[in-house]
Write a protein that binds this ligand. Sequence first.
Ligand code: ATP
Length: 492
Amino acid sequence: MIDSYLCSMSTKPQDIFPKIISHCKEYGYVFPSSEIYDGLAAVYDYGPYGVELKNNIKQYWWNAMTRINENIVGLDAAIFMAPKVWKASGHVDSFSDPMIDNKDSKKRYRADNLIEDKIAQYEKKGKTDKATALQNALDACMVENNLGGLKALIEEHEIVDETGSKNWTDVRQFNLMFGTQMGSVAETADEIYLRPETAQGIFVNFLNVQKTSRQKVPFGIAQIGKAFRNEIVARQFLFRMKEFEQMEMQFFVRPGTEMEWYAHWKQKRMNWHLSLGIAADKYRFHDHAKLAHYANAAVDIEYEFPFGFKEVEGIHSRTDFDLKQHMEHSGKKLQYFDPEINENYVPYVVETSIGADRMFLLVLCNAYTEEKLEDGSERLVLKIPPVLAPVKVALLPLLKKDGLPEKAREIMDQLRFHFRCQYDEKDAIGRRYRRQDAIGTPYCITIDHDTLVDQAVTIRFRDTMEQKRIPITEILATIQDELSEEKLLKKI
Ligand code: ATP
C-alpha cells in the first residue's frame, strides 16, 4: 500500500507549491529567465524535460483539434500585426486590468486578484457566506467597472499586501499590451504591439483560410503561439507570465446556432482534460458574471491548483464582434456565402482558449506526489499522464558489465524512433528508479543477466511500481498500447 502525503493532512496544498517550483528547477523542467542576471520577473525558460512536456501538451491539443475534427485546420500567424488590428479588436481602448499600489511596499497588485485571494481564504476557513457575499460584490464591481467599489472592498475586508501593509492607493486601469516600434527612424516609426492574444491572427485570416482549405461553415481554425501581456504582478510561477503561449481555436458558425456550439465546445474541452486521466473533482466550470465586450456567453474551466480553483481555459461565444470590427476598420468584406441557405452573412464565433504554460503547471501540480512506502522509505514521483511524459522509457542495465549495457543499447535502438528514451547505467537500480520517478518516466526497462539467456526484460510501471517480465519482442507493442493516443482521443 502506498500512502500519499498529498491525501493526508500532513502536507497542506499551499506548502506543496514551493516544492513543485524547486523541483522544476532541480530536474530541468523550468528555469527563471536570465537567471545569472537575477532573473526577469514573470518570465521563465523551459529546460530539457520542460520543453518535452510542453511540446507533448501542445501536440496532444493539436491532435485533438485538427486530427479528429476534419473541419478544423491550423494556422501560424505572425506575432506582429498591423497596429489597426488592436484598435479594431478593442484592445487599445479596453484591454486593461484594475491595479492598485501599496504605498509602503511600493508593490503593485491587481485589485480583483487581491479580493479573489481573500475569497479563497474565507473558503478555506469554512466562512462560506462571507466568501459568497464578497464574490458577488466583486462580480458587481467588475460588471460596473466600479474602481472605487473595488477599493472599498479591499478596505472593508482589511486586505493586506504581502508585507502586511494596508496603505493602498486608489484603483486605476492599466493597459496590458507591450508596445514597440517598427521601422528604422524612431520619429517616423509606427507604434506596434506584441500580440496579447493569438485570436486576432485567426480573425484577420478568416477568409484566406476558409477559401484555401475549402471549408464550409461550421469550421474551425486552430493556432498555437506566443502572446505577451504586461501583467502587473509576478506571481504564482507559470500561472501568470508576461510571455506565454496560447492554444486557441475559433469555430465559425451560422448566426443563431452559436449557443449549441458553445455547449458543444464547453463539453468537448472538459472531456479533453478528463481524457488525460485527471480526476474530475479537480475541475469545475465557472460562468463569467462580467462578459467581455465581445461575448454573449463565457465560461472558464477551472482546476484546483495548490492555491485554489483557478482558470486554465476559457470558452467564449464571441458573436460576430471581431469579424465586424475588422470589416469596419479595414474596409474589407469578411463574409461567408452559405450555399445551404443561399445567404451571405458574417459568421458567429465560439472560441476555446487555453494557455500551454498554465496547462503545463496544471499537469505538474497534478503529478507531484510524495509517497511513503511500505518499507518506511519515501519516494517523490511525478505521475504525469504517460502520453505527456517527457521521457517515456528508461533503459537500465542492472550492471555496467557482462554485456548488459550493450544489450540495453540494442533495445534502445529499436525503441528510440517510437518514443523518447533515456539510457542510465549509473548507481544502484533503486536509485535509478527514483531518478526516473522524479522526472515522471512511466516505464523502466531493466536488463539483467537472464535477459541474455531468455531474451526477456523486466518492465516497471511508475505509478504502481509493479514489475513484469516480458519478452524483448513485446516491449514495443506493450508500451505503444499503454501510450495509445487513439484510445484517449476517442474519449473526447
Ligand atoms: P486571467 O483572468 O487569468 O488573466 P484571462 O481571462 O485574461 O486570464 P484569456 O484572455 O481568456 O485569459 O486567455 C486564455 C488563456 O490564456 C487563459 O485561460 C490562460 O490559460 C492563458 N493565459 C492568459 N494570461 C496568461 C498569463 N499571463 N500567463 C499564462 N497564461 C495565461
